[in-house]
Design a protein around this ligand. Structure first.
Ligand code: FAD
Length: 496
């Protein structure tokens, strides 16, 4: 027999809770092998709005994982399951084929995933198989932190203090888990057919980038666990890390780690990242070097939003965290939305950011906030349209962080920007792209514009010059748009 580890959002060998558990279980009984599985359901990917860039990154990481597992003589079965409702049956069938009594996986916190796991626990048990799920995706597992009154935190700062205290008192949570030990070759020969060299392709699978994009993404976002570690180590030794607190808001500077895609698909463990950053900071999680402690506090936001998802699962159901925000009247103007999607709003910083997303499949955090606020509060479009568009395009699309980010900018989420605080995109642009270099990089129409006019060319250069440059007229004027948004928010919230 065998023990199966079901890989999902944890595409790595190192520091992987459920994989380590499965490895120990397999080693505890002679003649038992560790076998790995990954199941792909196109229907599931659609339901979770997985972008082609992210799907491609997962498949590339999976190939690396398969090779790494092969070196340990651990077979990886990759199964395609057309209908998501058939997933549990496919997992159980595979377990039965491998004569497995145990299946392990790391818990995914989205409601659909929890339901799927609950179903599998029951169905597996009725076949005599133990399905064991463990917490792995956060540095501090959900459920561990609560306020003095025993409630869940809905504000980041007190939550973060509690997160720091908990990790400080339980440093062993950050201890590295070893990679699994190799299977013995003899015992494994019966799984020979699972060692096929490449991942089988589904014939009608459309969720992949075109060839040219795929090549570009490969260079830009190298996949797999080893590349994630390379990137982390380079980041931990970069000056950008110690300057992070100063530069992390400037999109023209390469001042952030760009590790989000690795966290999103699990090629990097968040515990590994926090542990190594802490070590680099004289073993401190906070204090010490300002850049490093600031970076750890940003990584903590990821945990925060996952905790929110666990505590208030209705955020998974297209509902705002703050129920009263359900009543805000949004415009559903397809032309305005299309201009936002295409980076043709006539607001340079917004257009630059949206074009960065279209090309790199990633967007700087400051820009995510600017374009999000612009969609909800300048264009008055439903923030859920933006949330979905991000998932359709981001390589690092992650439900909890994306939903949390959109909740923040639209004011409908947990610990949000107050509804009456409305970013002025021109001021944001002047403050965070003072040289205009970020705009010049992404908006070629404006490359020749010098000085401050780059932030607001229609009013500074005039209609004639902008038409000549081929740059679109602003979709809205911020002042009146802001007044309109305030009135809508107040009306929706029943405030005077
Ligand atoms: P760094 O600045 O190096 O930060 C390190 C890590 O900390 C990130 O990789 C990420 O895992 C975490 N992190 C940093 N900031 C945040 C934050 N505000 N919320 C949650 N985690 C954070 N992040 C995603 O991973 N996936 C998303 O789909 C996503 N959607 C977003 C949508 C909006 C509207 C906003 C405002 C933010 C969103 N973020 C999302 C958070 C953040 O923008 C990205 O994590 C960050 O830009 C990734 O770049 P980086 O790895 O260089 O980050």
């Amino acid at each position: 027999d065998s023990v199966i580890h079901w890989f999902r959002g944890d595409l790595r060998l190192r520091d992987n809770k459920a994989l380590s558990w499965a490895d120990e279980k397999a080693r505890s009984k002679d003649g038992t092998n560790l076998v790995a599985a990954f199941f792909i359901s196109p229907e599931d990917m659609d339901a979770h709005v997985r972008s082609p860039a992210r799907v491609d990154f997962v498949l590339r990481s999976l190939q690396v994982l398969k090779d790494d597992l092969k070196a340990l003589n651990i077979p990886l079965h990759v199964g395609w399951v057309d209908k998501r409702k058939d997933m549990c049956a496919a997992v159980i069938k595979f377990a039965q084929d491998c004569r497995a009594n145990h299946i392990s996986a790391n818990i995914e916190y989205e409601v659909d995933e929890l339901r799927k796991d609950a179903k599998l626990v029951k169905e597996a048990a009725s076949c005599g198989i133990n399905y064991n799920v463990l917490h792995d995706y956060c540095a501090v597992p959900p459920g561990k932190l609560s306020t003095g009154q025993g409630k869940q935190y809905s504000v980041y700062t007190p939550w973060y203090k509690s997160w720091l205290k908990y990790l400080d008192m339980n440093r062993e949570l950050l201890d590295e888990l070893p990679i699994p030990s190799p299977n013995t070759s003899v015992a494994c020969s019966k799984y020979e057919h699972l060692f096929q060299e490449t991942i089988p392709e589904a014939p009608d699978f459309k969720k992949l980038p075109d060839k040219e994009t795929a090549v570009r993404l490969q260079d830009m976002w190298p996949a797999g666990e080893a590349k994630a570690m390379d990137r982390l180590e380079a980041w931990l030794n970069a000056k950008a890390l110690t300057d992070y607190h100063e530069n992390r808001n400037i999109p023209s500077i390469d001042g952030t780690s760009k590790l989000s895609v690795h966290f999103a698909v699990g090629t990097l463990s968040v515990r590994t990242a926090v542990r190594l950053a802490m070590q680099r900071n004289g073993n401190k999680l906070s204090g010490g070097n300002k850049g490093i402690s600031c970076w750890i506090s940003e990584v903590a936001w990821r945990d925060f939003y996952k905790h929110v998802l666990v505590n208030w699962p209705y955020v998974c159901m297209n509902k705002p965290f703050k129920p009263e925000y359900t009543n805000i009247e949004w415009d559903y103007d397809p032309e305005l939305f299309d201009r936002w999607c295409k980076g043709m709003t006539g607001c340079p910083i917004v257009d630059a950011a949206m074009r960065q997303l279209a090309t790199d499949k990633w967007m700087h955090n400051r820009c995510r906030m600017i374009v999000g606020s612009y969609l909800a509060k300048d264009l008055l479009l439903d923030w859920r349209l933006g949330e979905k568009f991000f998932m359709e395009h981001l390589i690092d699309g992650d439900f909890a962080s994306n939903n949390g980010g959109w909740g923040f900018v639209s004011s409908a989420g947990v610990d949000p920007q107050p509804y009456f605080r409305i970013f002025n995109p021109d001021l944001q642009s002047k403050k965070f792209d003072p040289s205009g270099d970020f705009i010049r990089k992404w908006v070629p129409e404006l490359r020749s514009v010098v000085g401050n006019a780059i932030h607001d060319p229609w009013s500074k250069l005039g209609a004639k010059a902008c038409t000549k440059l081929g740059y679109p007229k602003p979709a809205v004027v911020h002042g009146p748009a802001r007044e309109k948004a305030l009135a809508r928010y107040k009306a929706g919230l029943g405030r005077d």
